[in-house]
Design a protein around this ligand. Structure first.
Ligand code: ATP
Ligand code: MG
Length: 157
């Protein structure tokens, strides 16, 4: 369905802020004007939920998570950055594989199946977007994904 970006993402992040138990700050930067995307709301919510949960899960107490959505030509680029443990360069692509978990010992401690990002990739692929990650070990991780914007002139569907 057609979705107002600011409304949609504010709603998801609000829910996290209400439920978070850890000492984590969530920062957000969203477009102020009305920007629309065409998405399956439940599915994209699931993607954002997993990425924010990961950011919280793999960050120490007191960290800041930055959520940003910016327009870039015909796309919306969403990025979620944390100040957590990070991911080694050679493992960055693998985290989108099914059941892959970067740090076996640590991951076991945190629980989970290693499916979250694989499902996220399937969902973003189905929306004709891209998803990838950038990271520095010990410094933090940024997960980014794109979604096509609705073209105002043509109305797009
Ligand atoms: P699930 O999401 O199924 O509960 P999971 O979180 O382990 O389990 P994914 O979300 O697919 O699985 O993530 C895969 C792996 O990528 C994680 O196990 C973790 O090692 C690494 N990872 C993902 N996000 C981050 C992050 N923000 N910081 C550090 N490592 C991360
Ligand atoms: Mg996960």
């Amino acid at each position: 369905e057609r979705v107002n970006i600011a409304q949609f993402f504010h709603h998801i992040i609000d829910r996290f802020e209400m439920n978070k138990s850890e000492d984590i700050t969530l920062d957000r930067k969203l477009p102020k004007d009305n920007v629309f995307i065409w998405v399956d709301k439940d599915k994209v919510t699931q993607v954002v939920d997993n990425i924010i949960s990961n950011a919280i899960k793999y960050s120490p107490e007191g960290g800041t998570i930055k959520f940003k959505a910016v327009k870039d030509k015909q796309k919306l680029v969403i990025s979620i950055s944390d100040q957590g443990v990070g991911i080694a360069r050679e493992k960055l692509d693998k985290i989108f594989d099914r059941f892959y978990r970067a740090d076996k010992a640590r991951s076991r401690e945190f629980g989970g199946t290693g499916l979250g990002l694989a499902i996220a990739k399937e969902i973003i692929d189905a929306h004709h977007g891209q998803i990838w990650a950038e990271s520095k070990e010990g410094k933090g991780t940024t997960v980014l994904f794109t979604l096509p914007l609705i073209n105002k002139k043509r109305g797009n569907r």
